[in-house]
Design a protein around this ligand. Structure first.
Ligand code: SAM
Length: 266
């Protein structure tokens, strides 16, 4: 019952708009529940919810950067325009990626493409690519950021058939947290991520949804090329101490070591 009340509260606070509401009503009422395993969403129909999320988000933050909005200098991403700021998660994620200076980057679950677009605006020398399980999410990406259309592909990150050329760095933002634990699908996705990354994995997720530290250790204990040695780190947002990103590298970094999960999830 408390779930129902918190849902109704979110509708009144404007955190859930009519598109998100419509998605939930269609899921419950007229459509067969179509999620894979115990994933949080039915990805085939998720774009309705996601466009609602984007509309709600755009009222309080900048989703899609333009040149000059932010500058990366002395290891920090600093806002230069008077527009609404980025979401704290995005700011910390982009800053962390830029600190690692990768040449090639893959976003798993790239959705509407704002993260890839923003990384290109911040550093146009980056070789960017993205994959997503949903065709309609990638159609939305093409509508929002036409220039990205050639560098994305439909892929299920948790599939045993997952394949992508190797890149220096892979990142996720709000993706593994939504993949269910039934049949180890969220760990299968992490395994594919490590198999495809040469040096770095950067995760921006809800740390309560899975025990990501146990998951990463379990996946890497199976032995993956390039990842026999690995180092765990986290970075915290200067703007909000509860915003944290997890970084796994196969060489040592000058970041804060992650020794205990409470450093991430508290
Ligand atoms: C909450 S959205 C986040 C999208 C994007 N990362 C962002 O920050 O806007 C989650 C995305 O992950 C994608 N996704 C879910 N499960 C996936 C899987 N197994 N493989 C690849 N993408 C997946 C969904 O289609 C959706 O676009």
């Amino acid at each position: 019952m408390s779930k129902v009340f918190s849902f109704i509260r979110s509708v009144f606070r404007g955190e859930i708009n009519y598109k998100m509401l419509k998605y939930h009503l269609l899921q419950r009422g007229f459509r067969k529940h179509n999620t894979i395993g115990d994933d949080d969403f039915d990805w085939k129909n998720y774009t309705l919810h996601y466009t609602g999320e984007l509309e709600v988000g755009a009222k309080v933050r900048t989703l899609s950067l333009e040149s000059g909005d932010y500058e990366f200098a002395k290891g920090e991403l600093i806002q230069k325009s008077s527009k609404l700021p980025l979401h704290n998660n995005a700011q910390l994620l982009y800053e962390t990626i830029l600190l690692l200076s990768p040449v090639s980057i893959l976003e798993i679950g790239c959705g509407g493409g704002d993260n890839l677009h923003n990384m290109h605006v911040l550093d146009n020398s980056l070789e960017l690519s993205g994959v997503d399980i949903s065709k309609s999410q990638l159609k939305l990406l093409e509508e929002r950021h036409q220039a990205l259309s050639g560098c994305t592909a439909v892929r299920d990150a948790s599939s045993p058939e997952f394949a992508h050329r190797k890149v220096d760095l892979i990142f996720t933002q709000a993706v593994i947290m939504h993949i269910g634990e039934i049949e180890g699908r969220h760990r299968a996705a992490l395994k594919n991520i490590f198999r495809t990354s040469e040096h770095y994995v950067v995760l921006m997720e809800n740390w309560e949804k899975h025990h990501f530290l146990d998951d990463v250790r379990a996946v890497l204990s199976e032995g993956i090329d390039n990842w026999n040695q690995y180092y765990l780190y986290f970075r915290e947002s200067k703007l909000n101490s509860s915003t944290k990103v997890m970084v796994i590298a196969n060489h040592e970094l000058d970041f804060q070591p992650l020794r205990d999960y409470s450093q991430l999830s508290s």
